[in-house]
Design a protein around this ligand. Structure first.
Ligand SMILES: NC(=O)c1ccc[n+]([C@@H]2O[C@H](COP(=O)([O-])OP(=O)(O)OC[C@H]3O[C@@H](n4cnc5c(N)ncnc54)[C@H](O)[C@@H]3O)[C@@H](O)[C@H]2O)c1
Length: 331
């Protein structure tokens, strides 16, 4: 049985990936410091509560297992926070990645898959955005992801380490059947914020000074179920290709404005009217993000399959469950 390591495996995407790889026959080792993640989302074979900045302890885990691959998802990801808490973002995103890559090489791990983000693109004029578009992040979070990509690239070579950096667009959804979903408290992403507020009978904040048709931000939403499959395909691909470093967008090619999303949620919840408080966009938010999925489709042979209606249905069930089981999730 092949063994893989997932960092951040008790978080939203990491927990879904853990379950998916386990079902595919991998022995999955998870490391998470639980700063955001929750142990109740752990679905792997062995869990270590550990900060990946702890090089000594991390190395002992590498020495214990003969990892075939490392999936690096751990990190901080709140846009606005990243400006205010630069040191923390530097430590949890950049320094930790340096440490991890160093140990990956020292312990002869062959494959590395990194969770990057569309935020490396910043403001773009041409859509859909291709991987070779000029990167110019407008948030410190985006900068940390770009720096990490460069660290990884520098450490790759054909006869040692091969890596893929996956630039996710807006990841949504929940595997409600297996009780997995987003756990940020308070929520940091648009849909969980909208759903939670509506369910709690609170007004929702709609930011309306984006340079788009209806003045709200436009995003490319992709379900977490499709995202985890792309990780699996990435690992299989790395084993058969020659180049040592790849960057691949993961988006759905379908995009919605925040206003449209709100309307979809309203209909799903069968509510007549949502109370809205109007606001302006936050620092670090681009007007529009829309992925070109050409490379993911031709290289990974991956195509997103899950419809936004399915994602929303599961997210609403998940938010309702979290509200009901409050004590399980929030200290
Ligand atoms: N969710 C999205 O839409 C999205 C989009 C683009 C990129 N990403 C990236 O994907 C990755 C996973 O995202 P997510 O939404 O699952 O986030 P998440 O916050 O739910 O999960 C991240 C996990 O990493 C853990 N962690 C943070 N710092 C750590 C450290 N120093 N040591 C050990 N564990 C640590 C947290 O406790 C958490 O469980 C992140 O790197 C994020 O930046 C996410």
């Amino acid at each position: 049985m092949k063994t893989v390591l997932i960092t951040g495996g008790c978080g939203f995407i990491g927990s879904h990936l853990t379950l998916y790889l386990k079902k595919r026959g991998y022995r999955v080792i998870v490391i998470d410091n639980l700063s955001i993640g929750r142990k109740l989302l752990f679905r792997g074979n062995k869990f270590y509560k550990l900060d990946i900045n702890n090089k000594k302890k991390l190395n002992s885990i590498f020495e214990k297992y003969n990892f075939e691959a490392v999936f690096h998802l751990a990190g901080l990801s709140k846009l606005t926070d990243s400006f205010k808490k630069k040191n923390s973002y530097k430590k949890n995103n950049i320094t930790s990645t340096k440490i991890l890559i160093d140990l990956v090489k020292r312990n002869n791990v062959k494959y590395f898959i990194f969770s990057s983000s569309a935020s490396v693109y910043g403001k773009q004029k041409k859509f859909p955005i291709k991987e070779n578009a000029k990167t110019s992040p407008i948030s410190y979070y985006g900068k940390t992801k770009l720096i990490c990509e460069n660290i990884i690239k520098k450490n790759c070579s054909n006869n040692s380490l091969k890596a893929i950096s996956l630039r996710y667009f807006n990841v949504i959804g929940s595997n409600f059947k297996n009780k997995l979903g987003e756990i940020h408290n308070p929520p940091i992403h648009l849909i969980p914020i909208f759903v939670k507020n509506i369910l709690k009978d609170k007004p929702v904040k709609l930011r309306l000074n984006f340079n788009t048709k209806d003045k709200s931000g436009v995003r490319d939403y992709i379900d977490v179920g499709d995202i985890v499959k792309a990780h699996y395909f990435s690992l299989q691909k790395l084993k058969e290709t020659k180049k040592s470093f790849y960057i691949i967008n993961l988006g759905s090619k379908t995009f919605y404005s925040a206003k449209q999303i709100l309307e979809l949620i309203r209909k799903f919840l069968e509510i007549k009217k949502v109370r809205i408080v109007y606001s302006v966009k936050k620092k670090g938010e681009p007007d529009k993000l829309l992925a070109s999925s050409q490379l993911a489709s031709s290289f990974l042979k991956w195509k997103p399959k899950i419809k936004i209606s399915e994602s929303l249905k599961n997210m609403i069930l998940w938010e309702k469950y979290k509200i009901k089981q409050k004590k399980l999730f929030y200290k």
